[in-house]
Design a protein. Structure first.
Lengths: 510, 128
């Protein structure tokens, strides 16, 4: 606190001394002259002293004002008010039922509230993808009676999600809950179905994770399986409007189980035991006594090696200008046996009686303003009942993007799928949509796109167009993922080719 | 139709954060129609995949359960585990007020002389 001693006290003291001097002079006339001289000298000394003190104090006050402006007095008062407020708050905490440490809140890649010490935190996030899609399927690809129009188009809310995540007790205990409205798609709508009746809010992820330090952590609950790279990257961080059709064929999507993770600066490995790919929100015991289990056992694992860059580079498929270089290679598997009571189900091969061994290897490179991704995927469906022959599926994807300016990117992609040894049942009957993932088929899809990143992945406008060479003869992937989510339709003849999909999408993430 | 039941349970902390527990429960339903399974007005054979045990089925069973709990932070973060053993047959799949026993990971038995169903559960809980 600034303080200034007043010269007024010195002046008063001097006047008292002066009065004393005059008192003595009244009783000693003989020495009047000497006394008068002494008094005059004393007064002159005092005047000089007062002048010096005034000059010094004026200089001090001027210095303080120069330093603090007009606030030099209000700061002291503000400090007093602050102390008073703190006293009131401390008192109120002892009288309130709300216990806890001081609160912080704000926005950092999402809205959050938390304790000041960081031990408790809750983040709220959301995702909106508003899409317009156009699908054209040549007439030669379809068979009566469910002939349908060649072209289907319209708007859809491809993804609308809300999420909560954070930590509790300390940063090592983390959690995540993510929910999504069921996705609408114009290509799945039927004449007697109102889409709005399907808009349920479903749980996608809910897990608890404990970080044990030294790179080890355990996760339990329900989450997206880290099998293939493309699916592991968030839907908000894709380079095209939608992931590949190949991804819909192979990805294991949501799983329930327990997972061990280990990470170093350059390597990351996971292994889990789960309830099978594509099985979410399922109970252990089902109603109906012989319903059986979805799968008898399932496990998945993935190993990633980071040869350059940061891990965060590979959380998104694009690489903005100014980003550091990064290279990653990885391999993964998903191995599961479907329930012994589950007859072959074209919609969900992974849960059918038999064993599915899926495997993949992928490569990623990131540069300033350019990116490259390639992956190979395969699956063997074996140990089938009645000695049925194994079905082998192979696929590959290569894609890349290049920024032509700070916020505009061009991208291209090639994907390929080959399924051999399966039954060539294209389901040309009354339910042509139930094309199975183990149908023998072979096709390539060529996709080109352009992205306008208004605010990177927080707000972006995507557009792309895809062309199929060959027939898409499945509607649900091996683990029950619909191709309609990518705005494709299953073709109905083995000689099909030429399906076209065009998509435009605006995305907002908060 | 009369349905009677009882439950007795207790817990004991071995340390500040580890508890062991035990529970005994009993259900007796007498006077009900001895239809092992039924749905609406149409009886369904017990072997049917759509078999649904009625809460009015005459039945009598005990369940003995023992458990251990590790309270990492009270009930906010805890790890529970227990094992239950049924002496007798559970002849219902939904309670009087339509609550499924599947929520407790039990299944309806399909014959009145059944016994010995076992359920083991382990669970991680987090509240925020």
């Amino acid at each position: 606190m600034n303080s200034v001693s007043s010269p007024r006290k010195s002046i008063v003291g001097s006047m008292i001394a002066l009065a004393t001097v005059f008192s003595f002079s009244a009783h000693a006339v003989d020495d009047e002259s000497d006394l008068l001289k002494k008094a005059i000298n004393k007064i002159e000394q005092l005047e000089s002293k007062i002048s010096t003190m005034e000059t010094r104090h004026d200089a001090e006050i001027a210095a303080i004002r120069n330093e603090n402006g007009d606030k030099w007095l209000t700061q002291q008062r503000a400090q007093e008010i602050r102390e008073l407020v703190n006293d009131v708050l401390s008192d109120s905490e002892t009288r309130s039922s709300l216990q806890g440490t001081p609160l912080t809140a704000g926005w950092h890649k999402g809205f959050f509230i938390g304790s000041a010490d960081g031990n408790f935190k809750l983040e709220v996030s959301g995702e909106i993808q508003a899409r317009m899609a156009f699908n054209n399927q040549p007439s030669a690809n379809r068979v009566p009676p469910n002939y349908g129009p060649s072209s289907e188009y319209g708007f859809e809310m491809r993804r609308v999600k809300l999420g909560f995540d954070g930590n509790i007790l300390d940063p090592s205990w983390t959690y995540k809950i993510r929910m999504a409205f069921i996705q609408n798609s114009p290509v799945t709508q039927t004449s007697d179905t109102f889409q709005n009746t399907l808009n349920n809010f479903v749980l996608e992820q809910a897990y608890i994770r404990k970080d044990f330090g030294n790179g080890f952590s355990i996760t339990t609950g329900q989450w997206k399986s880290h099998f293939n790279y493309e699916e592991s990257v968030s839907s908000t961080n894709q380079q095209f409007v939608e992931r590949t059709l190949l991804n819909q064929y192979f990805n294991t999507k949501w799983i329930q189980g327990v997972q061990l993770e280990y990470q170093t600066a350059t390597m990351r490995a996971i292994i889990n035991y789960n309830d099978g790919g594509g099985n979410r929100n399922v109970g252990v015991v089902n109603i109906g006594n012989d319903s059986g289990m979805n799968v008898e056992w399932a496990t998945a694992g993935r190993v990633e090696l980071k040869l350059a860059g940061d891990w965060k580079h590979f959380r998104e498929l694009m690489s903005f200008r100014g980003s550091d270089d990064g290279i990653q290679v990885a391999a993964a598997y998903n191995w599961q046996r479907g329930g012994s009571n589950n007859k072959l189900n074209g919609d969900f091969v992974g849960n059918s009686d038999g064993v599915n061994l899926s495997y993949t290897a992928d490569f990623n490179a990131r540069f300033s303003g350019a990116s490259f991704f390639a992956a190979f995927l395969g699956n063997t469906f074996y140990s089938r009942p009645d000695g049925a022959a194994p079905v082998n599926s192979y696929g590959a994807v290569v894609q890349g993007g290049y920024f032509v300016s700070e916020d505009v990117e061009l991208a291209a992609r090639w994907e390929w799928l080959n399924v051999s040894g399966g039954t060539t049942n294209i389901n040309a009957g009354p339910n042509p949509g139930n094309a199975s993932a183990i149908n023998a088929q072979h096709f390539s899809i060529y996709t080109v796109g352009a992205n306008y990143y208004i605010s990177k992945n927080a707000i972006k406008l995507n557009g792309d167009v895809g062309y199929v060479v060959g027939g898409v003869l499945f509607q649900n992937g091996l683990y029950n993922q619909l191709i309609s989510g990518a705005d494709y339709r299953s073709d109905q003849t083995s000689g099909s080719t030429g399906q076209v999909v065009l998509r435009i999408q605006l995305q907002l993430v908060f | 139709m009369n349905s009677l039941g009882a439950v007795v349970q207790g817990g004991f902390f071995l340390s500040d954060d580890i508890e062991i527990t035990a529970r005994w429960e009993w259900l007796n339903v007498s006077g009900g129609a001895y239809s092992v399974v039924s749905s609406g007005n149409t009886p369904i054979p017990a072997t049917s995949p759509n078999a649904l045990g009625s809460a009015l089925n005459a039945q009598h069973f005990f369940i003995y359960t023992v458990g251990a709990n590790y309270y990492i932070s009270g009930n906010r973060v805890k790890l529970n585990a227990d094992v239950g053993y049924v002496a007798g047959a559970i002849m219902f799949s939904t309670g009087l007020f339509n609550q499924n026993i599947t929520g407790a990971d039990y299944r309806a038995d399909q014959n009145s002389s059944a016994t010995g169903q076992v359920v083991a559960r382990i669970q991680m809980q987090l509240l925020f």
